[in-house]
Design a protein around this ligand. Structure first.
Ligand SMILES: Cc1ncc(COP(=O)(O)O)c(C=O)c1O
Length: 439
């Protein structure tokens, strides 16, 4: 039974506490009128994701202790550089036109503007056979992850990389695919965790991976920064095809790839029959606040009963979404014009240069560093240490906020993630501070 069933008002801050502290409800909580509605059992199972609130709480504590410290935030993976003018001008023009009789437009197509679907297919999937009609424009890939879960339902089995971007796991729990969270293993029951680390070149050992219906796979990976090679993705596609599984491939960071690794799962032969791809303008164009993404569902992808998956996804999008903001879509279209793409890629290059500085910094300290080449994340290894200890150590010595790797799953223990999103002067200052400190 839930500890909150006594109908106490539970402040949001308490819900964000680590699970252990939820076991001692605050006696001073105000009693409120409760409905008779039983809480969704899946949400009861969900382990509160306290990673970023916990980081924030520790940062606040640190600021109290060192009120004059200039804290550098290299934690949350949010973009920091302005969106190029060529893109915002297009959005502004579109928005202004909405105030005119001629330029006013209401609902658009739920699947996205035709011109943008076409531009996405041509820009990101040239020669890969992706048709405009297979591209569904959205308000970001995090939202699409949940819409895909709604599509898949509670009875499918799921595999995730470990460590992983938490939205796959949490949405699996919310929809009812996962069992209880086990404190001993720090894993949910009924979920296949595919450990990815330096020991296996950040690619799961598929010979020991159990068959699941769905495989969430992110490349370049958040948090490890690893971009899967052609050979690794070929193995993944073969594995999925052999098992009759569907891969949900997250390519949110594909534009950061520079070493020739595949930017899309559709570069792998046979993938159209076993993979959905989700992606986003967030990290391509600083659209984290604007909100724009897309999902590709190939029309060769079928359920066991020969119904095309695209048919159901279209239904989900029409029922549960109603289309991305037309202003955001005008921005997306501007990003994909030749000048717009050049402009956004120069911002991507700026972040990549930041990543290079961070990699060089940690390497010069004698640490082993992964990522940072094909992704805006640097994954720093502290063998034998605990992630939260290293987080605190770095914060105390340098006033720099990072993310403890264990927050991305048990496979992230012993690492910290450092984001390359940030202003150059902060990155350079962080580099100086880190180099001056014996870690
Ligand atoms: C791997 C990955 N997928 C998806 C998202 C969410 O992106 P969006 O802003 O499009 O919802 C993020 C955001 O950090 C991410 O790291």
């Amino acid at each position: 039974m839930s500890i909150f069933s006594s109908c106490k008002f539970v402040p949001h801050a308490i819900l964000l506490q680590p699970k252990a502290s939820l076991k001692t409800p605050n006696q001073s909580l105000a009693t409120v009128h409760c409905t008779k509605v039983v809480r969704n059992v899946n949400l009861e199972k969900l382990r509160h994701n306290y990673l970023f609130p916990e980081i924030e709480a520790r940062a606040l504590e640190h600021m109290k202790k060192y009120p004059d410290a200039n804290i550098i935030r290299l934690g949350i993976g949010d973009t920091t550089e302005p969106i190029p003018d060529i893109i915002t001008s297009n959005m502004a023009e579109y928005a202004k036109a909405l105030s005119t009789r001629k330029g006013y437009k209401g609902y658009g197509a739920e699947q996205g503007h035709k011109a943008l679907r076409k531009a996405i297919a041509e820009s990101f999937y040239k020669d890969l056979g992706v048709k405009d009609a297979e591209v569904f424009v959205s308000d970001g890939s995090q939202c699409d992850i949940s819409r895909l879960q709604l599509l898949l339902g509670s009875s499918v089995s799921v595999a995730v990389q470990d460590p992983n971007f938490p939205a796959y796991m949490d949405s699996s729990v919310i929809i009812g695919q996962a069992g209880d969270f086990l404190d001993e293993t720090l894993k949910y029951k009924n979920i296949e965790y595919m450990t990815c680390g330096p020991h296996n070149n950040f690619f799961p050992d598929l010979s020991t991976t159990s068959r699941t219906d769905i495989i969430f796979f992110c490349s370049p990976n958040n948090p490890t920064g690893h971009a899967a090679s052609h050979e690794q993705l070929t193995q993944l596609v073969e594995f999925a095809r052999k098992n009759g599984s569907i891969i949900v491939y997250d390519s949110a960071y594909s534009v950061y790839i520079t070493d020739g690794s595949p930017k899309s799962i559709y570069e792998i032969p046979g993938s159209r029959e076993c993979a959905i791809e989700i992606s986003s303008f967030s990290k391509i164009a600083g659209f984290t606040g604007v909100r724009l993404g897309w999902t590709v569902v190939p029309d060769e992808l079928y359920y066991a009963n020969k119904v095309p998956v695209i048919h159901d996804f279209d239904r989900i999008v029409c029922t549960c979404f109603n289309g991305a903001s037309s202003i955001a879509q005008a921005g997306g279209l501007a990003c994909l014009s030749p000048e717009g793409f050049k402009a956004v890629m120069s911002v991507v290059d700026y972040y990549k240069e930041n990543a290079k500085i961070l990699v060089e910094t940690f390497t010069s300290l004698g640490l082993v560093v992964y990522g940072g080449v094909n992704a805006p994340y640097v994954w720093v290894h502290f063998p034998g240490s605990r992630s939260w200890d290293m987080f605190s150590h770095i914060l105390n010595k340098t006033h720099i906020i990072t993310v403890p790797g264990s927050g991305f799953g048990p496979g992230g223990e012993g690492y910290i993630r450092v984001t390359a999103f940030g202003q150059r002067e902060n990155i350079l200052e962080a580099s100086v501070r880190l180099k001056n400190v014996y870690l």
